[in-house]
Design a protein around this ligand. Structure first.
Ligand SMILES: *Cc1c(COP(=O)(O)O)cnc(C)c1O
Length: 433
C-alpha cells in the first residue's frame, strides 16, 4: 500500500505543478478541469515556471553584457515564444520556419542567431532580409555559400564559427554534439584557418565564436573544459588580427527528469564567469542558447488511460498520448515521470507495474516502462517534464492530430494551440483528378 499522504505535494523539478487536496494543479489551475475543457492529450505549460527558469540565467548574468537566445527548437509554439520574447530573450533558430515563427510573434530579428549544419541558400537569404544578428556557421562550405548569398543580396552577413571543442558532454550519444566525429561545428584544429578564410571573404563580417557541446548536460565540467578550449582559440584568432566581439557558449544545460541534479543556471554561470574573468574575457559580449532548461520542466502532458491490458509477462496501460506526441522515449529511451492527476490519500489502492504505451502501431511506442500506478480506464495521468522536445517534435504519424496546448498564468489558462483536426492535416494535399 502506498499512501499519497506520504508523497510530497510538489513534483520533483516542477514546483509550479503541485497537488492540492489530492488534485494536480498547474499554478492555480486544476489540470483535470483543463482536460475536461480541451480534451486529451493536452500539453499544459506554466508561465511562472518558464520565467523562473529564465530568471536563474538572468541572475547569473547580472551586470554582464549578455543576451539569452532561447533555442526555440525545444518548443517553438507561438505562445511560448511570446513569453520569452516579452521577457527579453532573443532566439536561436535552426531553420527558416523557425525564423518565420519568431517574426510572427513580433520577436526582433536583431536578436536572432541562426545555427544548424544545413542552412539552404533560401534560408540564408530569408535571414539576411530579416536582418538577423548572426549566422553560426558550421562548415567551411557554408562560409563560401553564405558569402555568395550575402554579396548577391548586397549585404554583409555577420558570422560566428561554431567550433567543435572535442569535449565529452557525458550525455546520451544522440544529444552529444561536441566530440570529434559529430556532424556539428568545425574541428578545433581547423578553426583558425576557417576564421582567416571568413575574414577574407567580402560578404562576411566576423562577429563571434560559438560552441554547443550537447544537451541534457548535468555537470559543470564539460562546460568549463569547452570554455578553456574556446578561449584558447579566441586568443589565437585575435593574435591573427581578427577581433571576436562575442562569445556564444551554446545551450545544453540539463533538467531533473528522474533525480538528475544539474547545476542551477546561476551557479553554473558563476563558475564560467569566474573563468572568463580570470582570463580577461569577463567584459566580452556573451550569448547563450538554452532550450530544454528554460521550458522542459515548465510543461506536462495530460493524457487519459484508455485500456488496461494485463498480460503474462508485461502489463500494458494504454493511454491516448503516443510517440507522435511524446517522441523522446522512442528516440532516446528517455525517461518521463508519469503521475495520476488524482491521488486518493490514505485510500490509495495498491499499485501494479505497467508499461505505459500509446495507440500507435509500433512496438517503439512506449512512454514509460515498469511504472507503479494504481489506475483504471478513464483516469487522467500527467507525463511530466514534457515542455521541451515533445510538442516541437510531434508528428502526425498514424494520422493522429497533434495535441492542444494551454499556457497557465496564475489562475488564467489560455489555449495557445487548438487540437489539430483531420482537415488541418489534409490541408496541404491534393486529390488526383
Ligand atoms: C539544440 C541546440 C541548443 C539548445 O540545446 P538545449 O539542450 O535544449 O539547451 C542550443 N544550441 C544549438 C546550436 C542547438 O542545436
Amino acid at each position: 500500500m502506498t499512501t499519497s499522504l506520504a508523497l510530497p505535494a510538489t513534483l520533483p523539478g516542477q514546483p509550479h505543478f503541485a497537488y492540492r487536496d489530492g488534485e494536480l494543479f498547474a499554478e492555480n489551475v486544476r489540470l483535470a478541469d483543463l482536460a475536461r475543457l480541451h480534451g486529451t492529450p493536452l500539453f499544459v505549460y506554466s508561465k511562472a515556471a518558464m520565467l523562473a527558469a529564465l530568471a536563474a540565467y538572468q541572475r547569473g548574468f547580472a551586470g554582464r553584457h549578455a543576451q539569452i537566445c532561447y533555442a526555440m527548437k525545444a518548443n517553438s509554439s507561438l505562445g511560448v515564444l511570446q513569453v520569452f520574447a516579452r521577457a527579453g530573450c532573443g532566439f536561436d533558430i535552426v531553420s527558416g520556419g523557425e525564423l518565420a515563427r519568431v517574426l510572427a510573434t513580433g520577436g526582433a530579428a536583431s536578436r536572432v542567431i541562426f545555427s544548424g549544419v544545413g542552412k539552404t541558400r533560401a534560408e540564408m537569404h530569408q535571414a539576411l532580409d530579416a536582418g538577423i544578428a548572426c549566422f553560426n556557421v558550421e562548415s567551411e562550405g557554408e562560409l563560401e555559400v553564405l558569402n555568395e548569398v550575402a554579396l548577391a543580396a548586397g549585404k554583409r552577413a555577420r558570422v560566428s564559427i561554431r567550433v567543435n571543442p572535442n569535449v565529452d558532454a557525458r550525455t546520451h550519444p544522440y544529444i552529444s554534439t561536441g566530440l570529434k566525429g559529430n556532424k556539428f561545428g568545425i574541428a578545433h584544429e581547423r578553426a583558425l584557418d576557417a576564421y582567416r578564410r571568413a575574414a577574407a571573404l567580402p560578404g562576411l563580417q566576423v562577429a563571434g565564436i560559438d560552441c554547443h557541446i550537447g544537451s541534457q548536460i548535468t555537470e559543470a565540467t564539460p562546460y568549463l573544459d569547452a570554455l578553456e578550449r574556446v578561449l584558447d582559440l579566441v586568443e589565437a584568432i585575435e593574435a591573427a588580427g581578427i577581433p571576436i566581439e562575442h562569445l556564444d557558449l551554446g545551450g545544453g544545460l540539463g533538467i531533473d527528469y528522474n533525480g538528475e541534479t544539474p547545476p542551477p543556471a546561476d551557479a553554473l554561470w558563476a563558475q564560467l564567469l569566474a573563468r572568463l574573468d580570470a582570463r580577461g574575457f569577463g567584459q566580452r559580449q556573451l550569448l547563450i542558447e538554452p532550450g530544454r532548461s528554460l521550458i522542459g520542466n515548465a510543461g506536462v502532458c495530460v493524457t487519459q488511460v484508455l485500456y488496461l491490458k494485463p498480460g503474462e509477462t508485461r502489463n500494458f496501460c494504454i493511454i491516448d498520448a503516443a510517440m507522435n506526441d511524446l517522441p523522446r522515449p522512442a528516440m532516446y529511451q528517455a525517461f518521463h515521470q508519469i503521475v495520476p492527476l488524482l491521488r486518493h490519500g490514505a485510500h490509495e489502492p495498491a499499485p501494479a507495474l505497467w508499461d505505459v504505451v500509446g495507440p500507435v502501431c509500433e512496438s517503439g511506442d512506449w512512454i514509460g516502462r515498469d511504472r507503479a500506478l494504481a489506475t483504471h480506464p478513464g483516469d487522467l495521468l500527467a507525463v511530466l517534464s514534457a515542455g521541451a522536445y515533445c510538442m516541437s517534435m510531434a508528428s502526425n504519424y498514424n494520422a493522429r492530430g497533434r495535441a492542444a496546448e494551454v499556457l497557465v498564468d496564475g489562475s488564467d489558462a489560455t489555449l495557445i494551440r487548438r487540437r489539430e483536426s483531420a482537415e488541418d492535416q489534409m490541408r496541404t494535399e491534393t486529390l488526383l483528378p
